[in-house]
Design a protein. Structure first.
Length: 135
C-alpha cells in the first residue's frame, strides 16, 4: 500500500518517553532474553521484563561479559533470580531461552536517568522468583 495516510493528532501531546512506574514491587515475566551487543560491540545478554497491570510496560537488564568485571553482577543477578548456585561454580552453558516465560517479583525504584540526570527512570533493585523455578 502506498500513498498518503490521514493521522489525527488532535488531543495528543508530544512525548518521547514514559513516566516511571511508582516505586514498589511488581509481578513481571521475562518476555525476551537474547545474546546481543553493547554500543561498543561487546557481547551482552539482554533480558526484557514485562510488568503485569501496567499496560505492558517493560524494563531491561543487561549483562556484559566481555571481561571479568561484569561477571560478578551477572552471577549475583542469576542467584537472586533463583538459579541453582551449584550451576554457577565454573563454566556454564547458558541458554537465554531458559529465562523466557519465568515469573518474578521485581522491586522498582525511581532514579535520575544515567544519561539525562534531569529525567527520572525506573531502576530494578531486586528480582525475586515469583513461582517455582525449574532450571
Amino acid at each position: 500500500m502506498s500513498g498518503p495516510i490521514e493521522i489525527d493528532f488532535g488531543g495528543v501531546s508530544a512525548n518521547k518517553g514514559f513516566a516511571p512506574l511508582d516505586p514498589g514491587d511488581y509481578n513481571a515475566t521475562v518476555t525476551k532474553c537474547e545474546i546481543g551487543k553493547t554500543k561498543k560491540g561487546d557481547p551482552a545478554i539482554i533480558v526484557e521484563f514485562t510488568y503485569e497491570n501496567t499496560n505492558n510496560r517493560k524494563t531491561w537488564k543487561y549483562w556484559m561479559f566481555r571481561d571479568a568485571q561484569g561477571l560478578p553482577y551477572m552471577k549475583a543477578d542469576l542467584l537472586e533470580m533463583g538459579y541453582p548456585p551449584e550451576k554457577l561454580d565454573g563454566k556454564l552453558e547458558f541458554d537465554p531461552a531458559d529465562l523466557v516465560g519465568k515469573s518474578y517479583i521485581v522491586t522498582l525504584s525511581v532514579k535520575p536517568k544515567w544519561n539525562a540526570p534531569n529525567e527520572m527512570d525506573n531502576e530494578m533493585e531486586k528480582v525475586r522468583p515469583n513461582d517455582s523455578m525449574n532450571w
